[in-house]
Design a protein around this ligand. Structure first.
Ligand SMILES: Nc1nc2c(c(=O)[nH]1)N[C@H]1C(S)=C(S)[C@@H](COP(=O)(O)OP(=O)(O)OC[C@H]3O[C@@H](n4cnc5c(=O)[nH]c(N)nc54)[C@H](O)[C@@H]3O)O[C@H]1N2
Ligand SMILES: Nc1nc2c(c(=O)[nH]1)N[C@H]1C(S)=C(S)[C@@H](COP(=O)(O)OP(=O)(O)OC[C@H]3O[C@@H](n4cnc5c(=O)[nH]c(N)nc54)[C@H](O)[C@@H]3O)O[C@H]1N2
Ligand SMILES: [Mo]
Length: 654
């Protein structure tokens, strides 16, 4: 951060950052120098609603007034035995560890119901990997790629969602001769740059995965020694492996059999890395898909040695950090109640289930499914809604009380990458605007207003940061880290599961077992492939936009220009079939809602599938909606996860 006279003049990339090497991604470079520092857009005072819900009229109030009003309502509910009817939605905000997890202490103590954040993003994948490997948050160390001969990117779009890894990690591996394979229904920029691109029909991953296993088996590339020693339940997959030939998969997935053969061999010969996207598990059978992809690792023995492994995300655990120390679930009087994000709209419709709502680090009116139903429920006058935010969003417009939060430029914290094994200092550079406060201070004050006395609810961030640092291999203090900016925590690339002991009950990779049945799954994964969308329907995939971070930055004027008109990307064949051309207005319709968009024709899509990027702010569009107006609350086969990429719609010409 460049500063002059106590204010920031410019935010740029850190040239000493081991991964970015001084480059910010496009969207952040714009928003950190735009909306995030624009005093006209930032919230600077607590606000009380002064008009009907949804209209967005507020008057400034003091912190004392705001805290008194909130604590009075919450205390009333607690006294009635209704603490669990206080719901709260949250997610990662800007990924500071304290920013994310310290407020949970308050909610645990309060006894509020957590709207499980992962269910709107990646829970099916976590649950499937937990079942199979015993953990989903210890992945490969990207630096181990120097020993890899192949990197398989399955259902992720790094060119949008991980630009540094796209431009460094993948590009450098490719330049060193590593084969890059991409499996995705969209030909995005990472797919175009890859060596082998398998453009599968959405929802057919499990069949394609079994065809990979079929090739491995018939070409003698299964590592039987590894399977015998480290895998449970391999036999239960054999029949499906034998019957799912590349020719069978070609019919189901639309990927040529010879391409399947080539890709499967390259991956199995290894050493290979498997990058598991979040996008691929946001579908009806997302849990099953992840079990099949786990089997690729298990049968090829691509783990436990340099250059091999898989990655969903590298969590705090990889760096020794125990996030429970920050969140302190033990402050709850019993088990903390929780619901799936898929049930949020239905729960908010029912006053006996929901008397109050706190939205913080999240913007559900833009990001959650069943958008119209949810927003209608948010109109309930008897729902007491507190929003903690940096900006006026579609969500805050429904709130009774809005609390202004500090941004990451305005408070200290620790930040981890989901990918690289780095640790960064988030260093306070300026004061927050007006009366805005960091999340942690807001929840300390709320705890005080509630009359809580547990010292943990008031711990200061400096102590917490030092205690977290002690858990990591980093030897220095926070000020040392602040001087360094970002450090890589291990000198040498780490090997994933080096002793081949997996944190499952059996210490082995569990491909088929009773635990799966208990979770409502078949004992072994299946070669399921979704049918094509029924005649007259399109399947809509709504992945990450290059210019937004979920809905974040959607209020930045420069970002809005980059986004252009809300559109649906259609394959030329579909454009011809529906008799539409670039720029034509159309309407998408299904049981959940309608959405007007314009057509953008491109063969990055494929026949039968439309792309509508996620994250636009409803309030910035003519229709006051985004793609989530068409997304249902249907849950995946595992972990009550979103099935957003399985959405089907009819397309009507206007
Ligand atoms: N620029 C930008 N970056 C982001 C985000 C953002 O909004 N914008 N969001 C962040 C967050 S919270 C997350 S979780 C990550 C997500 O990052 P990713 O893992 O990249 O997830 P998505 O963008 O949802 O989708 C990735 C890919 O999944 C594909 N996909 C959809 N359906 C299927 C299918 O049936 N099979 C297969 N094989 N692929 C399928 C889509 O075509 C898409 O290319 O990105 C993070 N980074
Ligand atoms: N159609 C469709 N919808 C999707 C997805 C999809 O693939 N398709 N992906 C889903 C995924 S992967 C995810 S993770 C969710 C994400 O959904 P959300 O978690 O709702 O993420 P954002 O929309 O970015 O909203 C985060 C909000 O936090 C605020 N914020 C940032 N920093 C702070 C802070 O320090 N304090 C406070 N109090 N607030 C802060 C930002 O201003 C922003 O409004 O969306 C999901 N929605
Ligand atoms: Mo996400």
């Amino acid at each position: 951060m460049h500063t002059r006279d106590g204010s920031i003049t410019k935010v740029i990339g850190d040239p000493d950052h081991p991964v970015s090497r001084g480059k910010l991604c496009g969207k952040c470079a714009i928003a950190y120098n735009g909306a995030w520092r624009d005093p006209a857009l930032r919230l600077s005072s607590p606000l009380r609603r002064a008009g009907p819900k949804g209209e967005g009229k507020f008057v400034p109030i003091s912190w004392d007034e705001a805290l008194a009003e909130i604590s009075e309502r919450f205390t009333e509910l607690v006294d009635q035995g209704n603490a669990h009817t206080i719901l709260h939605t949250h997610y990662t905000g800007t990924v500071g560890l304290i920013n994310i997890a310290f407020p949970l202490r308050f909610f645990h103590r309060l006894g509020a119901t957590e709207v499980d954040p992962d269910t709107v993003c990646n829970k099916a994948g976590h649950a499937a990997l937990d079942l199979t490997f015993g953990t989903s948050v210890v992945g490969f160390d990207p630096r181990t790629a120097r020993d890899s001969r192949c990197i398989l990117v399955w259902g992720a779009n790094p060119s949008h969602s991980a630009p540094h890894q796209d431009q460094r990690f993948l590009t450098e591996a490719a330049a060193a001769g590593t084969t890059i394979i991409v499996v995705d229904p969209i030909e995005h920029a990472t797919a175009t740059a890859s060596d082998l691109f398998l453009k599968l029909r959405p929802g057919t991953d499990a069949a394609l995965g079994f065809a990979f296993l079929n090739v491995m088996k018939s070409s003698g590339l299964i590592d039987w020694e590894f399977v015998d020693a480290h895998v449970l339940g391999a036999k239960a997959l054999m029949e499906t492996i034998d019957s799912t030939t590349p020719a069978v998969a070609e019919k189901l997935c639309g990927v040529p059999a010879d391409l399947i053969d080539k890709a499967a061999r390259a991956y199995a010969e290894g050493p290979s890395l498997l990058w598991l996207g979040q996008g691929v598990q946001r579908q009806t059978y997302g849990g099953n898909v992840f079990r099949v992809l786990s089997a690729l690792v298990a049968f090829s023995g691509n783990v436990g040695k340099p250059g091999a492994g898989f990655l969903y995300l590298n969590g705090p655990d990889c760096r020794g950090i125990d996030m429970d120390m920050v969140a302190m679930p033990e402050l709850a009087r019993g088990a903390t109640p929780s619901i799936s994000h898929m049930d949020l709209a239905a729960t908010l419709e029912q006053s006996e289930l929901s008397n109050a709502l706190v939205t913080w680090n999240s913007n559900p009116a833009a990001s959650s499914p069943e958008q119209r139903r949810l927003r209608k429920a948010l109109l309930r006058d008897d729902l007491f809604h507190v929003a903690v935010e940096l900006f006026h969003t579609d969500t805050t417009s429904y709130a009774d009380v809005v609390l202004p939060a500090a941004s990451f430029l305005e408070c200290n914290d620790l930040v981890l990458s989901y990918f690289d094994l780095t640790l960064s200092a988030q260093v306070k550079t300026v004061d927050p605007p007006g009366d805005a406060l960091p999340n942690h201070e807001i929840f300390r004050r709320l705890a005080g207003a509630m009359g809580y006395e547990e010292p943990a609810l008031f711990e200061n961030e400096a102590d917490l940061i030092e205690r977290l640092l002690e858990q990591t291999p980093y030897p220095g203090s926070f000020s040392d880290l602040a001087a360094a900016g970002t450090v890589t925590l291990f000198d040498e690339p780490q090997t994933q599961f080096p002793d081949l002991s997996f944190p499952t009950e059996s210490k082995r990779i569990q491909l088929a077992n009773d635990a799966a049945v208990e979770l409502g799954l078949p004992r072994a994964p299946t070669a399921h492939a979704d049918e094509r969308a029924q005649p007259g329907f399109l399947r809509i995939v709504s992945p990450a936009s290059a210019w937004l971070m979920n809905s974040s930055y959607g209020n930045d004027p420069v970002i809005q220009k980059k986004l252009g008109t809300p559109s649906i990307v259609l394959h030329p064949d579909d454009a011809a079939e529906y008799d539409v051309v670039d720029g034509d207005p159309i309407v998408l319709v299904n049981d959940i809602g309608r959405l007007a968009l314009t057509v953008a024709v491109s063969d990055i899509a494929q026949p039968g599938m439309g792309i509508v990027y996620k994250g636009r702010w409803p309030g910035t569009t003519d229709t006051d909606a985004n793609i989530n107006a068409l997304v249902s609350g249907r849950k995946s086969d595992l972990a009550e996860n979103t099935t957003v990429h399985s959405t089907e719609v009819r397309l009507e010409r206007v």
